[in-house]
Structures are given as C-alpha cells and as structure tokens.
Unconditional design. Structure first.
Length: 461
C-alpha cells in the first residue's frame, strides 16, 4: 500500500512541475535557501505566540533543535528533482505526520503553520525587486503548491497513526480493566484498607503530635487508581464517585482532622466521616471489578507482564498527566547481565526460567501505579510514576539490589547469582516519548560499558 501511495505522490509531484519553467524552479530554490533563516524565525515566533500551538513549543526547543530542522525541511522541499530525492521527500513527510500524531499535535496547528510560511514567503518574494514580476508570481504559486502537497502527505500519515493509536488505547483500556482481575481486586482492597488503618492510627496520635496524615492520592491504592484504574474504568459511574471521594478526603476531611487537635468533638466527628468515606471507597471499588470481564491479550506469554504493544499508550498518557498536573515520571531500562552465558550453559529453557524469576523480582519492587513491561529477550522496561530524579535513582537502585541479592535456582543445578544493568531517564518535557526511550537506552548502554551491575542516569537536558 505504501508503494502505491508513494507512486501517487511522485505523479502528483511531477504533475505540479510539468508546466513550471526551469528558471522558476531555480529562482524558488535560491530564494528559499537564502530566506530559510527568516522563514524559520517567522514561523516559530508566530507559533510561540499562538495559544494553541505554543503549548507544544518552548524557546529552548526551538533554539536547540527545531529551528535548524525547519530550515532544512524548507530547502529539501524546494530542491527535490530525482526519483530518489522525491521518494526521500515523501518518506520524510510521512515520518513528520507520524511524529505529530505521536506527540498529539492537532492538524489545525500544522495547517496554521503552513499558512504562516506561505504568507511570509509571498511577502519576501514581493519585495525582491531584482526578479521579474511574472517569475515572482509563479515562484509564490510553486512554493505554496509544494507546501500543500507536503501537508496532504503529513495529514494522511497523521490520520493513519491516530486511528492505530485509538485502537491501541481502547485495547489497553480493556486489558487494564481485566489484568489479573481477581488478584488485582484483592490487592487494591488490601491497599485501601492499609491506607485507612494508617490514616486512622495517625489521626489518633494527632492530638499529641503535628503529624501530616497520609493522603489517598499518595498511597499504593491512589497511585494504582490515578495511573491505571481511572483509565481502565473511564466513563463508569463508580470511577467518578471514587475520584470525588478521594478529592473530598484529601482536600477537606484530612485537613480538618489535622486542624482539630484541640477540639475533641470535631475530631471525633471527622473521624466518623473518614470511616464512612473509606467504606464508600471499598464499596465502589468492588462494584468496579464486578463489572469487568476476563481478557488476556496484551500480556507477555512467558512472564505475564505487559508487552510492548501498550507502551505507546501508557507513555502518551503519562506525558499528558505531566502536562496537565505538573508531575514527573521516569523510564527505566533493565537488562540482565551476561544472559547469553546462561542460555549457552544451561539451555534456553533455563533462560526462560531466569527471565520469569527476574520478572517476579522486578514486579515485587514496583509500586501500585508503576508499569512493568517485558521488551523481549532479557530486556525489561519500568515506568516509574510520580517521581523526580532523586527518587527515580533510589527506586532504580532498589531494582538492581533486589536482583543482586537474590539466589537464583534452576532444576538440577546449584544456586547462582545474577546482576542487571539499568539506565534511567526522567521526563524532561520533550513531547515525543521516543526521545525519552532513547535517553534511557543510552544510559543503559553506559551502565553496560562502565562495568555492569549498576544504575546510570541520563543527563538532564
């Protein structure tokens, strides 16, 4: 299918240039090359000032990465002549459209940018007194037509990728509803009861100390609900009720208890309210799980962890949470050291057993809201939610230490030790999650190259 579309683009490109005189093509290429810095400056200044477009840009991003890329894109768009150059141009436009979909840049913003470039080029060419008026007119038409054709290809790629992402989002929503359903239900009920016990105990001591009571949002249950449960059950009545109760408890009830250290009657009343809220949460949670059905797609067959199918969905959602709530998260790449030696010495079945044991260790160390993926082979990836650089390093080190301390066992063999190398990258604001994955991979490579069995943090941008 891509080949057919590619051929269609090549035909459209050739048809566009059939009646264009070579001198117009030459003049346009020269003008674009000469004015590329001015066009890029105008484009990004206009986009930065735009309310809708500005949220995807910062002055640092423009200065460090995007300005040079825009100039090169303009030059390439107005220089392609050979079939190989036209094919490369087509492929590049499709890649740009896919990136726009991944970053969730609206088509309206892209088209607004195209309109901005066309109007600015027209203004620059109109002032070129050394070029004949007719040539100026045809040059503007050619430039605008090339921009329009590029927008068509970008929009097609954008639509295709958005549709794929929508299907993946829905599949992940269904999967996350039912992942280990009965086990997850009991686990979250226990986490909620643990929070209630701790909150009631700390509240009982509150008359003696100025203790900050534990918030639900920060508990194991709260992390699970905000990062997994609320997405899995979106649109369900009970989910909205749980969100309201959490907000009421964290922002009203617990604060009133903290302020009532010297008013025993008010304190007793608020403790009863807190107990009622906790019971309501348990009731709503049970109702949520009762509405779910078993579904196993999206799991790694060997470890029953998430596979890479849902990684784009999870990363995109965490980036959205960071944008909207000002929170941070980290991506952690984990690789078993010298894994090939295990396969070579004990066989691939033994290697599978080791992968399962490492998966169980990592899962045990992860918190309720964290995500653990098996990426294939001996590679895992962890998404640590609601963490900054310092806590991400601590949690990554805990993963490494847990594997190092474990005694691995295989049937009919002695116990042996294993280690893992880890690369960690904290979300820096870049809208494309693939950038964060590359940062984590680079940090993992550094950990491998500098001795293994260690955690390396990606450099902050």
């Amino acid at each position: 299918m891509d080949g057919l579309v590619d051929n269609h683009f090549e035909r459209e490109w050739k048809a566009l240039h059939e009646r264009v005189e070579p001198v117009v093509e030459y003049v346009t290429a020269e003008l674009v090359t000469h004015h590329a810095p001015l066009l890029a400056d105008y484009f990004y200044q206009t986009m930065l000032d735009d309310v809708e477009a500005g949220q995807f840009l910062t002055h640092d991003k423009v200065k460090q990465r995007l300005h040079r890329s825009m100039m090169q894109w303009l030059v390439d768009l107005n220089a392609a002549k050979t079939p190989a150059e036209i094919h490369a141009l087509y492929t590049h436009q499709r890649n740009i459209g896919a990136i726009h979909a991944r970053v969730d840049i609206p088509v309206s913003v892209v088209l607004k940018g195209a309109r901005c470039l066309k109007s600015r080029y027209a203004a620059l060419v109109d002032n070129a007194a050394d070029i004949a008026q007719q040539q100026r007119h045809f040059s503007i038409r050619l430039f605008c037509s090339r921009i329009d054709l590029a927008m068509e290809v970008m929009s097609e790629a954008y639509t295709l990728n958005v549709e794929r992402q929508a299907k993946s989002n829905e599949a992940y929503r269904l999967f996350s509803i039912t992942e280990n359903l009965s086990t997850e239900k009991e686990k979250q009920k226990a986490a909620l009861l643990n929070w209630e016990s701790e909150a009631m105990f700390q509240a009982a001591l509150g008359g003696l100390t100025d203790t900050r009571l534990p918030r639900i949002r920060e508990s194991e249950f709260g992390l699970w609900f905000r990062h997994k449960g609320s997405h899995a059950f979106q649109g369900v009545t009970e989910c909205a009720v749980i969100e309201q109760v959490i907000e009421e408890v964290d922002t009203v009830c617990l604060q009133r208890i903290e302020r009532s250290a010297h008013d025993l009657s008010l304190r007793a009343e608020q403790l009863r309210v807190l107990k009622t809220h906790a019971q309501n949460l348990l009731l709503q949670l049970s109702s949520l799980f009762e509405k779910s059905l078993e579904l196993e797609s999206g799991k790694d067959v060997l470890t029953h962890l998430l596979n890479r199918k849902f990684l784009p969905t999870v990363l995109s959602r965490e980036i959205d949470l960071c944008r909207n709530q000002g929170r941070e998260f980290a991506v952690v790449s984990v690789d078993i050291d010298y894994f090939k030696r295990i396969n070579d010495r004990y066989g691939h079945e033994a290697g599978d057993v080791v992968v399962q044991q490492v998966a169980a260790l990592l899962q045990k160390q992860c918190r309720g809201g964290d995500f653990l993926f098996r990426m294939g082979g001996e590679e895992f990836l962890v998404i640590l939610v609601d963490v900054g650089r310092h806590q991400a390093l601590e949690l990554s080190e805990a993963l490494r230490a847990a594997v190092e301390a474990h005694q691995f066992e295989l049937p009919q063999t002695d116990v042996f030790k294993l280690t893992v190398s880890i690369g960690c990258a904290v979300y820096s604001g870049h809208p494309d999650y693939s950038y964060l994955l590359r940062e984590a991979d680079n940090a993992l490579y550094e950990a491998k190259e500098t001795g293994r069995n260690r955690v390396c943090m990606a450099m902050q941008a």
